[in-house]
Design a protein. Structure first.
Length: 51
């Protein structure tokens, strides 16, 4: 019985690690994809305010 509990805990740990890694990976992609868009929007906004 104790072995089963240990196995389940170990599996949960791996699942959490996998989800966390996936989350970090996806958020990095989103940040790198959104940064130029936000920058371009900000620059165009400032340029339009000047003219």
């Amino acid at each position: 019985m104790k072995n089963i509990i240990t196995y389940i805990l170990c599996a949960l740990e791996w699942v959490l690690l996998y989800i966390f890694g996936l989350y970090v990976f996806i958020s990095n992609i989103l940040i790198s994809a959104l940064t130029p868009v936000v920058f371009f929007y900000f620059v165009s906004h400032v340029v339009l305010k000047i003219f």
